[in-house]
Write a protein that binds this ligand. Sequence first.
Ligand SMILES: [Cu+2]
Length: 140
Amino acid sequence: MTSRSTRNGLVALVAAVTLLTALTGCGGGGDDMAHGGPSATATLTATVSDGVQVFDVVGQVNQTFSAGELVAHPGTIRVNFSVPNGSAPHNFVIDTLPGATTRIVAAGQSQSITFTASKPGRYPVVCTLHKGMTATLVIL
Ligand SMILES: [Cu+2]
């Protein structure tokens, strides 16, 4: 009896993990998965943690960023940049802001960068490895 219920529990767990993988596998990041459109056009608003504006950005399998616009206010910004398994490597580079550059991040890895953006404006984000893989940091 015990082993039977354990087995049923395991089956349910595997099913749940499979479903979760299927849901996240389409490359959405954070809050923008729900609408199902091309996530590169999604707008991400920073989550504020200890006075730092935080973005979770994925460099996706289809060579786009998981958000087209990252919207923040002047101040300290952290980008948690990750690349999923099965993807080409990517980086996250804002040439016009000191410190706003990751290394080349391989599949299954991530890097967090913290930098300051003090002036309002639109700052281009690129992946230097993939032409057309772009986004914009918008400082309000
Ligand atoms: Cu790339």
